[in-house]
Design a binder for this molecule. Structure first.
Ligand code: SAM
Length: 222
């Protein structure tokens, strides 16, 4: 898969990271549930392993700073779906999206980890950034979530366009990432051009930050 090339070891923890990625599954505990995520790095690369940014954003959501009960959520670049699964378990109605090639694997993780009564609250759907955005109603979502989706410079303009399309005045965007390269910071600057952006959480053990963004109209009360 082309995006596998985007994984560039950046420090010693990369060695541990790669071992972790080669495991066929990983287990998490969120929202009083045990979640077992299948991984398949060899076949699907970055979309089929759980990234630290997803775990940190799940932890942030579970901390309760945000009430997801009954809220409408879309996740971009969901990969294995851990974050979307946790948002569903925390009470949200979640549209869990990724590129076409990632959907079958994503769907199987979502189905395996949501009890039958919660399954109707999670829908897996294709969303390739910048494409066919008309399939998604602007303003439909209270929250837009994305974990480790700021990494491919070629996609930055499309990703920003997607956020702009989906976002209404009431929408809150939560993005988690490790800032690995200057280009990641560049995306945050691009984001700040269109939205009010604030860092709301930092996990030093994983070096992952959570950013909250809203349409710039909210600057005063942000
Ligand atoms: C580093 S992985 C993060 C996966 C997951 N969010 C996590 O944190 O475990 C990046 C994800 O973005 C998705 N992605 C990359 N380019 C994309 C694009 N142009 N449109 C939609 N999704 C894309 C990949 O398929 C992959 O699932």
């Amino acid at each position: 898969m082309d995006n596998k090339m985007a994984l560039v070891p950046y420090d010693d923890s990369a060695v541990w990271g790669l071992q972790k990625f080669h495991k066929s599954s990983s287990v998490y505990h969120f929202a009083s549930h045990t979640i077992q995520i299948k991984q398949n790095w060899k076949q699907l690369g970055v979309a089929a392993v759980v990234w630290d940014a997803a775990v940190v954003l799940c932890t942030y959501l579970e901390m309760g700073s945000i009430d997801l009960q009954g809220r409408s959520v879309i996740e971009l670049g969901a990969g294995t779906g851990l974050l979307g699964i946790v948002a569903t378990l925390l009470g949200a109605h979640v549209t869990i999206t990724d590129r076409e090639a990632a959907l079958e694997f994503l769907e199987s993780n979502v189905q395996a980890n949501l009890p039958p009564d919660l399954q109707p609250r999670a829908v897996v759907k294709e969303l390739t950034w910048g494409r066919n955005l008309g399939n998604f109603l602007p303003g439909k979502f209270d929250f837009i979530l994305g974990a480790d989706i700021i990494y491919l410079e070629d996609t930055f303009a499309d990703l920003l366009r997607t956020l702009e399309h989906l976002c209404s005045e009431h929408t809150v965007i939560l993005l988690s990432c490790r800032i690995r390269y200057e280009r990641d910071q560049n995306f945050l600057e691009m984001l700040k051009g269109q939205f009010s952006v604030r860092e709301v959480h930092y996990d030093p053990s994983k070096d992952v930050r959570v950013f909250k963004a809203r349409r710039s109209i909210h600057k005063e009360d942000f």
